[in-house]
Each structure stands twice: as C-alpha cells, then as structure tokens.
Design a protein around this ligand. Sequence first.
Ligand SMILES: [Zn+2]
Length: 450
Amino acid sequence: MTPPIVYDLLVEGCILIASAHEAPVLDAAIGITGGRFAFVGRAVDLPPGATAAERLTLPGHLCLPGLINVHTHTILSMVRGSAEDMGFAPAYTPGVPQGHMVTEDEAIALARLGACEAMLFGSTLINDTYVHTDLTLPAMADLGLRVFSCNRIHDVDFSGIAHGRWEYDAAAGDRLLEQAEALAQRFHHKPGARTGVQLAAHAPDTCSPAFLRRIAALSRRLDIPVQTHLAQSKVEVAHIRERDGMTPAELLDDVGLLDDGLVAAHCIHVTEGDIARIGRARVNVAHIPKGNATGGTIAPTRALTEAGARLCLATDNMHADMVEVMRWALCMGRIQRGAVEDSWAPEHMLEAATLNGAAAMGMAGELGAIRTGWRADLVLADLRRPHLTPHQDPFGSFLHTGHGRDITHVVVEGEVIVRDGRPVRADLETICREGAAAAAALWARAGTGR
Ligand SMILES: [Zn+2]
C-alpha cells in the first residue's frame, strides 16, 4: 500500500478559477509540493488520505492565478497623490523628486513600500525599473514576491529632461549598460531565486539611435529581452520626429528592438502604421489604463490587439492595484468601441494579467495559471464582503467591484507571503513608516515644500 500523499501546502474550500477562460470550481482544493502545483481540482477528488504540512482553509474566497504586473516603478510611490494631477510623467516634470535625487537608503525604503503594496494587492511578479536596482531588487525580493528589475538605461542626461533639454552622454550610457549586465549576472533566473532582469531601455527619446542599437546587441548577447516606454507622450513623438525623422515605433523597428520579446509600455500616441507595425512584431504591450486615463490619454488597445500585439497589464507608478487595472482595461477597451463585445470580456483581462504577463516575462508554461506542474503562485480574495455579495459569477463580481485590498492571501512558489492581508516576512508598519520618511525627505529636497 502506498503511503498517503503529504502536500507542503493545501489550499481548500475556495472557489477556484484555475486559468482565464476556465469555469469556476466550487469547493476546490489545490495541493502544492516543492513550489509546484501537485493537485488542482475539486476537494472531493483529492487522492484518498491526502494530507498536508500546512493548510489554508478559506471558504467564500476566490482563488486566482497570481497577477503579473509587467511595468512598475515602485520608488515612484513617492509621488503618489501629487504627480497624477501634474499632467505628465514624473521624470519630465520640474519640481517633482527625480531619480537622480534618490539616495540608496531612500530607494530601498520606497521600493519596499511599492513592492509591499503590489504584493498585498495580488501581484506575484512585478517588472520594476528605476534607480539603485542592485540594492532595491534584493530588498524587494526579500518580501517573497517575484521581482524582475533593471536600472533605467538611457544616454540622455536626465537632469535636463524636466527642463526640455535632451543632451546625450555616451559615457553615462556605457556605465548604465555595464550596470544592467552586472545586475543580470547576479539576478537573472538564478536557480531557486525569484528574480530576473529585463533590460530597461528607458524610452526612444532618452536613448540615442546608436545607443538603442547597443541595447539591442546586449539583449541578443545575454539572451535577455528588453522593455521600454513607447509613444508615451506627444513630446517624445515630436522629439523623435525632429531627431530621427520617424515615429518612435519606426525607430525601435529600425534599431532591431521591435519584436515579440519587447515589453512596450503605453503605446498611446501611435499612428495607423505604428499599430500595424507593433502588431506584426507581436510586441507585448504593457497597457496602463488607469495611469493613462489619469493623464487624459487612452491607448488604442483594441486596434493594437487586433493587429497582433499581446495585451499585458501594468500599474506603472503611484499605485499597484492590478484588480483595478483589469477593470480599467476592460472599460477603456469598451469605450474605444462604444459597445460591450464578447471579444473584450472580464476573462480577457484576467488572461492579460496572468498568462500574457507570464509570456511577456519569458515564463510561459510555468506561470499564469494554476495547473499541475506549474510554479505555485496564487492569490485568494474574500468574496464574503458586502460589495462582493452576491457572487453568482465570482470573477464577474470581483472584476467589477473588487479591489486589491480584498486579497487576503498570496502564495508564491508554494510559500504563503501574505496572510490575512499582511506581509509574512516583514513588518507592515515599519515599511510604511520608512517609505513615508524617505518620500518626505525627497519632496523637501525637490524644493516644493511638500
Ligand atoms: Zn513607466
């Protein structure tokens, strides 16, 4: 007689949506062993006598695959509640704390604040870029979530950008490329680690064409994909037109970066030709609907996806709620067509936030669904709250009225990293206190008195 199975962790009693487009399983059980899903199904179908070292018994909870946020700047939690109303990205806005002002200790405190928020709200993987990433990457990963990160790679002098000066410095660009390569050697897909690196070419206008070609060459040499901001602003488009005589998407194509490995954030100010080009290249579009709408813009996600682009979702900065982002992406797509269509439904937003995000991060077939053999990342949300009651259609209720703060438990690689809405590995109050202190110091130095 074979001995009964003992899972490392058994999640039971919940309503399971194992993958986008799959029907809910009531009274589900998910057995996890060695960081991988070992059983996924109805509790009544568990192997006879199966038991577990640890159990999460959570009736009335919705269990989903972990959410994948493909574009964040956790340190920019420092401009939360202020930069949203300034009309443009913080990096281009005078009077706002800038990356070059952030000290190492401030970077760590703010990155942990942003990563903690993301994790509590159900992101099991974030793709983060900003400054001091050699320190912030491990500091964020210590919280337990998966962290991809990279320093901002550019050869423009950022201190001039907020004042409308694009001055390129090849030596500074070289240093940032070297930093990115060193970061990749330390953190990219190391066995047992939850970390990775995507080369973060900042934007077409903050990188000269020659420098973009060097980033493309490094990407090929290291076999590490590239992420960038693309067609984020009219200023960027105008600058590329003046500098290079083309659109930002044409420039990325010209330098060899526009391909199915690229994660391109925003894609707002694109021409019909750009949309076709981005679609043909099967680019991963990091759609940031809430951030874009806050700034009064909208990305043509319906046309982009119909042209062949892969829709992924992201929060960018100032908040980290991927549940809200799924809802905003659904609505923004419907506004583009003035209609509710079967091809743009809640399950497509879940697909974008899970399976598509996993593919964009080079982890297709390992992350993005709760499937036997896949890496054991999942989130659980309490549906028993008034705003989620009733839940005839559990995911419908969650998508239309849920929030990140409804998530109570988060599991990454089989480890419970959020329990009852609190981080397991770190003290929440300390993270908030240190993040707030860092932001206050930066705003004071930025000269706004805020
Ligand atoms: Zn961004």
